[in-house]
Design a binder for this molecule. Structure first.
Ligand SMILES: Cc1cc2nc3c(=O)[nH]c(=O)nc-3n(C[C@H](O)[C@H](O)[C@H](O)COP(=O)(O)O)c2cc1C
Length: 347
């Protein structure tokens, strides 16, 4: 089955990026229930965070499964948790195609999808069908034409939070004009306050996902707001609007850049956030992870959990198993019995 999946990935690489992605989702939806359950992860990879027990710290980042079609299948590929979304209250088509570009020579992707998704009712139907294969987070956003963005987050939270293990408030997509303005102090305080009020007594973990393109003052303000409101965690980071030197033909495309060129900048922001919030919040490190060593570097910079997306495009589903094995080796080599012991070692 794994051989089939890996050779399938090689074929998909020849198709236009979004077509390949849609086909992948259809294949996973059909074949998911046939996939064998992954072997148990070694004890050193188990993580307790956000009041949840993660079998391993390697998660699927948001954007791969926007409509919560295949969380069970992704758990069977070995992910320790799967973040679905971004889901907005109402369905929306997103930006005109083409809007997803592979930058193969750079092991990177540029996307300007623009929160294409089937809306919260569709995601809710899919989440209700989940067989409890693994931990599932739901990533929520605002509709592009919304008159009240904060109300959108509250609406999506109320509908979807009961169906997920945690909720991510995504205010860092570069593809919805003005969305990143929610990272500014006053807006952020209002947004977090409104979502936490909607959470009430349920104690569902709430995380905020931030951009890698923030300056020191903005990071200070986000850290202060997160600590003030006792947010559960921060996800660092979304895609970047920066353009480091790139070799691939599509480097001029507008949108968010992910993959290898994002790895070190996002780790630097993560480390800076750990220095600001210490162990008070759970940090999730995302951006350019393609190996166990990359995941380990995020953990040492302060991440308790990590996520990836872009490397899957190039490496296929066998990547998850490889990253976990390499991460376990890194921990053993450095004398750590658990992931928790290594968190923040380099911060
Ligand atoms: C095609 C694509 C779509 C994405 N869509 C979303 C999204 O809807 N919501 C979100 O929070 N992040 C989204 N992301 C960002 C990823 O979750 C992740 O933060 C980013 O890609 C960095 O990780 P990576 O380098 O491992 O891909 C998307 C990324 C890609 C490549």
């Amino acid at each position: 089955m794994r051989y089939f999946l890996d050779s399938g990935a090689a074929l998909l690489a020849r198709l236009p990026a979004e077509t390949a992605h849609e086909l992948t989702l259809s294949l996973l939806a059909a074949a998911g229930p046939l996939l064998p359950r992954p072997p148990d992860d070694p004890p050193c990879l188990k993580v307790a965070a956000l009041g949840l027990d993660f079998p391993n710290p390697v998660g699927l980042a948001a954007g791969f499964d926007k409509n919560a079609l295949v969380p069970d299948a992704m758990a069977r590929l070995g992910f320790g948790f799967v973040e679905c979304g971004t889901v907005t209250p109402r369905p929306q088509a997103g930006n005109p195609k083409p809007r997803l570009f592979r930058l193969r020579q750079d092991r990177a992707v540029i996307n300007r999808m623009g929160f294409n998704n089937g809306g919260m009712e569709r995601a809710a139907r899919h989440l209700e069908r989940c067989k409890g294969g693994g931990l599932v987070g739901i990533n929520i956003g605002a509709n592009k034409d919304s008159a009240d963005r904060i109300a959108d987050y509250v609406t999506a939270f109320c509908r979807l939070a009961p169906l997920a293990d945690y909720v991510t408030v995504n205010i860092s997509s570069p593809n919805t004009p003005g969305l990143r303005g929610l990272q500014n102090k006053d807006e952020l305080n209002r947004l977090i306050g409104a979502v936490l009020e909607a959470r009430g007594e349920t104690k569902k973990p709430v995380l905020v996902k931030i951009a890698p393109d923030l300056d020191e003052a903005a990071l200070d303000q986000i850290a202060a707001a997160a600590l003030l409101h006792r947010l559960d965690g921060l996800i660092v980071s979304n895609t970047t609007i920066a353009r480091p030197p790139l070799r691939s033909a599509h480097f001029r495309e507008t949108g968010g850049l992910s993959g290898a060129p994002l790895r070190d900048p996002s780790t630097a922001i993560l480390r800076g956030m750990r220095q600001r919030v210490g162990a008070a919040l759970t940090l999730v490190g995302v951006g350019g992870i393609a190996s166990g060593a990359d995941a380990y570097a995020k953990i040492r910079a302060g991440a308790t959990l990590v996520q990836l997306y872009t490397a899957l495009v190039y490496e296929g589903p066998g990547l998850v198993r490889r990253i976990k094995a390499e991460l376990a080796q890194c921990l053993t080599r450095d004398g750590y019995d658990t992931v928790a012991e290594a968190v923040g070692a380099d911060a």
